[in-house]
Design a protein around this ligand. Sequence first.
Ligand code: FAD
Length: 500
Amino acid sequence: MATHDVIVIGGGINGLVAACVLAGQKRDVIVLERRDVMGGIAATRVFHPGYSVPGLLHDTHGLRESVIEACGLWKHGLTLHPRRPFLAAEPDGHGMLVHADTSERDTEAYARFQAFLARIRGGLAALVDAPAPSLGDPLRKLVWPAFKTGRALRRLGRRDMMELLRIPSMCAADWLNDWFDDELLKAGLAQPALLGTWAGPWAAGTAANLLFDLAFAGREVLGGPAALVESLVGACRERGVTLRSGATIASLLVRENRVHGVGLGNGEELIAPAVLSCADPKHTLLDLVPIVHRPPDLVREIRNLRARGTLAKVHLALDAAPKFGDREPGSVDRIRTGTTLDDLERAFDAIKYGGWSDPPLLDINLVSLSDPGLAPRGHHVASILVHFAPANLKAGWTAPTKDALTRAVIEEFNRHAPGIADHIVAREILTPDDLAAEYALPTGHPFHGEHALDQLLSMRPTPACAQHNTPISGLYLGSAGTHPGGFSPGLPGLMAAARI
Ligand SMILES: Cc1cc2nc3c(=O)[nH]c(=O)nc-3n(C[C@H](O)[C@H](O)[C@H](O)COP(=O)(O)OP(=O)(O)OC[C@H]3O[C@@H](n4cnc5c(N)ncnc54)[C@H](O)[C@@H]3O)c2cc1C
């Protein structure tokens, strides 16, 4: 039986980061990934011969310097480039471009808003880059991090500190209304607050999501999530990590409440004193831990962890670049629909009753504009996040309902870029059910658990499994479902490695 120092379950971004860091400390590490490729939901996906998307996600701008340095990614081809503007689009395709530092409307307020975000970044980083505080730790261990966070907050000055303390419990709509007049700008900015939540912009707590997205938005990875995966795979190989794809863990080996290895679907067993699961916490604790070793309280907590899938993905192969309003075709590559905060709220309303938003709320990324290799010459790929398509669709996800949602998405895209519907060569839809089946996300949730105030920091994924520990000795968690969450690729993996 093969033995290792650490077995990592799941070769998504977090699993690769954790493995790379642990191998850098001279541990013998193996990553076991059930899919045929590494990268999890960030891996390249060929959805039609000749056409691919560089991962299911759009944004890599949350990647922290600490992750890049810990994995030595500069040496492995990682290149960052400035964040691209997005078009807050009106239905006729007109709208406004919103850059990282300027916007076409509400210009002064936007500049003040960005200056505020720049000032508070350090204070927030003290909270997010540190391990989640554990109330079970001895007092002396709690005092220093609390002191550091307090000091970082004090440095902000009274006004910014009060503003920062006020934001987390607010709704994104109120927060944006405090800063801006322009409805279209507010709607465009608000979309990230909804990613992976079961909430509209008027729900308390959504401002925290938006704050994390905006405050940590740095530069983007050239080549998108797939390029990040590529550099992580290179760094893992250099440090001697064994990467094994097509290896599904069927069960953890547990004796006397201590994990000592894993059992694969083919009957093979691998031994290690530490197992780090970077698979979804629900899957890890409810499927992989043998039933006799699951404490009933833990089962209840994990079952109650909210992770309701609300996103679908549509991928379109196009034989022309879409044209938005009077802008040159191919001059914008990121487009968000929804013209008012109330449009976004109404889009959310639908899922409360088991429907999808009508019209669907879209976040379109024309990935082939920055990477022409993703489509044949002259052709394009639209990677579209469809907000508010629920896992528990009342009519069920069947071929007809999938087709109906795809048609609704194309219609909405066509409304913003007239004529694009006539240029579709191929299409694919991934509903929350498809995400669950293909990517082992039990309820199709992208962050392995909703971002909500009661599911962050020491409560992520649940109080019994915070700080990357579990009640089972030697079993650690490190996916996006753990502290600090899914908005920063690789940060949970980095912290889980530090905990081990
Ligand atoms: C549609 C979508 C859009 C997103 N958009 C963004 C975005 O714009 N920005 C952002 O920062 N984040 C985004 N996210 C979230 C982001 O993808 C995650 O934060 C991050 O990529 C998750 O990485 P991970 O390693 O934690 O998990 P995953 O990528 O889910 O990796 C887990 C891996 O574990 C493997 N696995 C599971 N069970 C087993 C088993 N039993 N045996 C072996 N292997 C197993 C899976 O196959 C998978 O490869 C998005 C997610 C989705 C789905």
